[in-house]
Design a protein around this ligand. Structure first.
Ligand code: NAD
Ligand code: TYD
Length: 350
């Protein structure tokens, strides 16, 4: 049985990736290593907890001794690395945590993989999950390709860019078998309500203002999270070692246009009169160094590996809204911090 370590599996994207692999591949044992920061939530995975090919291990990737010991004990065949500090606004107020986890934590995992796999290894894989934000900010035209030069501009994107460079350095210097993917903005169930879409859903439910940064003219390329998990699967199994793959939704939206569509969907779902939610829109001070536009050219992934997004934005947005409306307890728990109790009850008291 192949042993695969997925880091950050209790977070938004990680939980979808873990579920996807656990359910689809019973010939793999999936180890989810996560230290459960504010963004990590084991209720995201309560449906697969009992699966025999799944194991959760609470560990911090910054703890290099514990990480080494774990790799030695379990002898993982492959790593899919998602654990990270992931929110740009938090990186602006507390950059150090991003440097620590996103750079040093990644290097710890690279070192541990190198140590147990040796140099001339062909069977193993270190899959590093990264972001399109490493490429910087686009003007009104153009797309990021795998050849676009790195130009990160926020502490978050600088830390992810740095981690990408270290992953490539371990490939060139130590022949560690690696693949990197750089994906556009994800949305969907289980996203912590600090990112645009879930934050605004939560605020609309609670009739709170919707804080639009600047004029709302920044553009993001949105991908449904389950499509991202599929792309990671395809690249993990068929990607070329040493290569980079861009993943994107071909789905650019100006923030304010997206927010207006979201408001409309929310009014419909909540049975409120038209324009009720739009009235909550409040323009606030812009984010410092706010990147204007991200847009991914994912043609390499489509042409070489046959992946393309399957969920249309309007459909994905409705699925997302439905999920939050049907999981108000999840929302209340993550916003109150009560979900930590879940971990204690599930794992420490038995
Ligand atoms: P998230 O913040 O929802 O989850 C991150 C997870 O990592 C959490 O479960 C957290 O507990 C865990 N974690 C954080 N620090 C850790 C540490 N030191 N040790 C162990 N676990 C730790 O993030 P996400 O949005 O799911 O993003 C996952 C990955 O995908 C990140 O690497 C991110 O850069 C990348 N990515 C995200 C997006 C997006 O739109 N969210 C887009 C492209 C790439
Ligand atoms: P976010 O979800 O934080 O993702 P990222 O910054 O990684 O792209 O933000 C998406 C866009 O929405 C970005 O242009 C910033 C904007 N935004 C707001 O206007 N208001 C908010 O409260 C948040 C969180 C984001």
């Amino acid at each position: 049985m192949k042993k695969i370590l997925i880091t950050g599996g209790a977070g938004f994207i990680g939980s979808h990736v873990v579920r996807h692999f656990v359910k689809k591949y019973n010939q793999y044992k999936i180890f989810n290593v996560d230290c459960l920061t504010y963004a990590g939530n084991l209720t995201n995975l309560s449906d697969i907890e009992g699966y025999s090919n799944y194991e959760f291990i609470k560990e911090d990737i910054n703890n290099d001794e514990a990480i080494f010991a774990l790799f030695e004990k379990e002898q993982f065949d492959a790593v899919i690395h998602l654990a990270a500090e992931s929110h740009v606004d938090r990186s602006i107020s507390n950059p150090k945590a991003f440097i620590q986890t996103n750079i040093m934590g990644t290097v710890n995992l690279l070192n541990a993989s190198k140590k147990i796999w040796g140099e001339e290894n062909k069977e193993n894989l270190f899959f590093h999950v990264s972001t399109d934000e490493v490429y910087g900010s686009l003007g009104d035209t153009g797309h990021f390709t795998e050849e676009t030069s790195y130009d990160p501009r926020s502490p978050y994107s600088a830390s992810k860019a740095s981690s990408d460079h270290f992953v490539r350095a371990w490939y060139h210097t130590y022949k560690l078998p690696i693949i990197i993917s750089n994906c556009s903005n994800n949305y969907g169930p289980n996203q912590f309500p600090e990112k645009l879409i879930p934050l605004f859903i939560n605020n609309i439910i609670n009739n709170k203002p919707l804080p639009v940064y600047g004029k709302g003219e920044n553009v993001r390329d949105w991908l449904y999270v389950i499509d991202h998990a599929e792309a990671i699967d395809v690249i993990f199994h068929n990607g070329k070692v040493g290569d980079t793959y861009n993943i994107g939704g071909h789905n650019e939206w100006k923030n304010i246009d997206l927010i207006k569509v979201l408001c409309k969907v929310m009014d419909e779902k909540l049975g409120r009169p038209e324009n009720t939610s739009e009235e909550l829109i409040t323009y606030v001070k812009d984010r410092a160094g706010h990147d204007l536009r991200y847009a991914i050219d994912a043609s390499k992934l489509q042409n070489e590996l046959g992946w393309k997004p399957s969920v249309q934005f309007e459909e994905g947005l409705k699925l997302t809204v439905d999920w939050y409306l049907n999981n108000k307890e999840w929302l209340n728990n993550v916003t109150s911090g009560d979900y930590q109790k879940y971990y204690e009850n599930q794992y420490l008291k038995r």
